[in-house]
Design a protein around this ligand. Structure first.
Ligand SMILES: Nc1nc2c(ncn2[C@@H]2O[C@H](COP(=O)(O)OP(=O)(O)OP(=O)(O)O)[C@@H](O)[C@H]2O)c(=O)[nH]1
Ligand SMILES: [Mg+2]
Length: 305
């Protein structure tokens, strides 16, 4: 990770960090030693950042144990240990599903979570690395969605497969995968709709898209859930439902710049055991990056004042 990226990540997470730091500093200020009041303050800070009640309690228990074992006496040293403990909450990073190409990547998620933007950012990332990219526009409900994706495709130099509004999403997805296979594309990205009458309809449609894509694909297919971090604890429930229906290979967490509750990332990773593969900290093409648990934990907690 470059220093520039760390700065972007850091500033993207600034709202969460400010919340955490304020509370951690006040926990430190109140207690010169690692007493019960200090640990209660740390727990309260984690809960306020949406790490989740259970996860926060467990982290604090681990912190107490580590402090005893390693004879940590200074609150600031305990906070440094907390960064390590948070980093360990994430499943170990395996192969990056967006780097292990060729592949077909299916982007799913509820409306407005950032799927189309993520499709554009991923196309740009892959193109910049020298890969050939096909984007399939399987959100056929909104005319604006097709247009929005076309702009991203042009910007990144990816090929786009689209059909007129109202077409069957699964058949557009099929065509995109076929186009990718025929042209030997490294990466096929399928953007899907998030807005349907009910979440049951959405899940049924996505399952159909998933089935059709897997049937046609000659390369590995990976389903990525795009989740809006600003939805807080609801995001955990959404992630659970998508994982149960589709079997997720990874999560892209967007809009971390827009929330003071970035701790939700910890809650989701713990709950699902699905790796976080990218995070979004802004709307522009540079505002997406691979996820690194330690860097993330560091940017989240920062150095308490
Ligand atoms: N601040 C911020 N905004 C983001 C991020 N990712 C996406 N957005 C914004 O969120 C809004 C919705 O993004 P889309 O990519 O259109 O979301 P979608 O999931 O495709 O939405 P539907 O197609 O309606 O389901 C847009 O205004 C994006 O610019 C991010 O990481 N940070
Ligand atoms: Mg969209």
């Amino acid at each position: 990770m470059t220093a520039a990226w760390f700065d972007r990540l850091s500033s993207g997470l600034s709202r969460t960090r400010e919340t955490l730091q304020l509370r951690l500093s006040s926990a430190i200020g109140r207690s010169r030693a690692l007493d019960d009041e200090f640990f209660a303050g740390v727990e309260e800070a984690l809960i306020a950042a949406d790490v989740g009640a259970l996860a926060s309690a467990e982290l604090v228990e681990k912190l107490r144990a580590a402090a005893r074992k390693e004879k940590i006496r200074e609150p600031n040293d305990a906070i440094a240990e907390l960064v390590e403990l948070i980093a360990r909450e994430f499943p170990p990073a395996g192969t990056d599903p967006l780097d292990d190409l060729p592949a077909v990547v299916l982007l799913v998620g509820v409306n407005g979570s950032g799927k189309t933007t993520t499709a554009g950012k991923l196309a740009e990332e892959a193109r910049a690395a020298g890969h050939s990219v096909v984007i399939g526009s399987a959100d056929t409900y909104r005319a604006a969605a097709i247009e929005q994706l076309r702009i991203w495709a042009e910007r990144s130099g990816a090929r786009i497969v689209e059909r007129e509004r109202g077409s069957d999403p699964a058949s557009v997805a099929f065509d995109a995968v076929a186009a990718g296979a025929e042209s030997g594309a490294d990466l096929v990205i399928v953007d899907t709709a998030g807005r349907l009458h009910t979440s049951k309809d959405l899940m049924e449609e996505l399952k159909k898209v998933d089935r059709v894509v897997r049937k046609r694909a000659t390369v590995p297919v990976r389903s990525l859930l795009v989740l809006d971090a600003t939805t807080g604890q609801n995001a955990v429930q959404q992630a659970r439902e998508f994982h149960a229906s589709l079997g997720l290979d990874g999560i892209v967490l967007t809009k971390l710049d827009g929330t003071a509750k970035g701790g939700i990332v910890v809650a989701i990773a713990r709950e699902l055991g699905v790796p976080i593969v990218r995070i979004g900290v802004g709307e522009s093409i540079e505002d997406m990056h691979a996820f690194d648990a330690r860097e993330f934990a560091q940017a989240l907690v920062g150095a308490p004042a």
